[in-house]
Design a protein around this ligand. Structure first.
Ligand SMILES: [Ca+2]
Ligand SMILES: [Ca+2]
Length: 231
């Protein structure tokens, strides 16, 4: 066997191995994942789309395409459904905190709780530690608006004083004091904002905001936390 042939053969074998391993990993991956079975509310935009020229560079461009299905480990469920909600605002202006996890995501006036101005949060207690793969937040999707200082954190500590993982933060100027965020600001819509999470473990999910381009108040229509109970 000459050296050239030997080297070609090695290369081919290496290529085949690489392909084989690639497929195996890919198949294993695909078998374990499934699109999140989300149930979206009816789109309900009113008014004219805003002039993107007037929005800052930190605001994501409006898209007219639906979001691509989000792949997560099979068996993921919305662990937040009907779970207990607490808040920085002890006396909301409109609605009650249970509306945040009642499953109603429609753009109706009865579907949201409205908190006072400045930085406020709602917090969902999942009841037990979970492995989280996605969090979806609907503030209010009845009109074009961008919420400010959207920060989402996970912890096992109900007071969020230790072991806090921040999974979303678009407070670019740190006006809410939770650290400088590098995530995009975005327009609310019927799909909610899906924040991918890499299997972070925790029992509590806290969502901050500081008013929007539409109102200084903070509306929360629904929060979903997709994941699996932690092993
Ligand atoms: Ca709701
Ligand atoms: Ca800010």
């Amino acid at each position: 066997m000459n050296m050239k042939y030997c080297s070609d053969l090695t290369k081919r074998l290496a290529l085949l191995l690489a392909l084989g391993v690639g497929f195996a990993t890919h198949n294993l991956h695909a078998q374990d994942l499934a699109p999140l079975p989300l149930k979206l509310p009816i789109p309900a935009f009113m008014g004219t789309p805003p002039d993107m020229q007037q929005m800052g560079p930190e605001v994501e461009k409006l898209s007219d395409k639906p979001r691509a299905p989000f792949m997560a480990p099979k068996g993921c469920v919305n662990l937040a459904f009907k779970k207990k909600v607490t808040s920085s605002d002890k006396s909301p202006i409109t609605g009650s905190l249970d509306l945040v996890t009642d499953g109603d995501k429609e753009a109706s006036d009865n579907s949201f709780v409205e908190l006072h101005k400045k930085t406020q949060w709602v917090q969902v207690d999942l009841g037990t530690e979970a492995k989280i793969y996605a969090i979806i937040v609907w503030h209010a999707h009845n009109t074009f608006q961008v919420y400010h200082d959207v920060v989402v954190q996970i912890s096992d500590d109900p007071d969020f004083t230790k072991d806090v993982t921040t999974v979303y933060n678009n407070d670019v100027d740190n006006t809410s004091g939770l650290g400088i965020g590098t995530d995009k600001e975005y327009f609310e819509d019927y799909q909610g904002r899906l924040m991918p999470v890499k299997g972070v473990k925790g029992r509590y999910v806290r969502c901050y905001s500081k008013g929007s381009t539409y109102s200084a108040l903070n509306r929360y229509t629904e929060v979903e936390v997709w994941g699996l109970p932690a092993e």
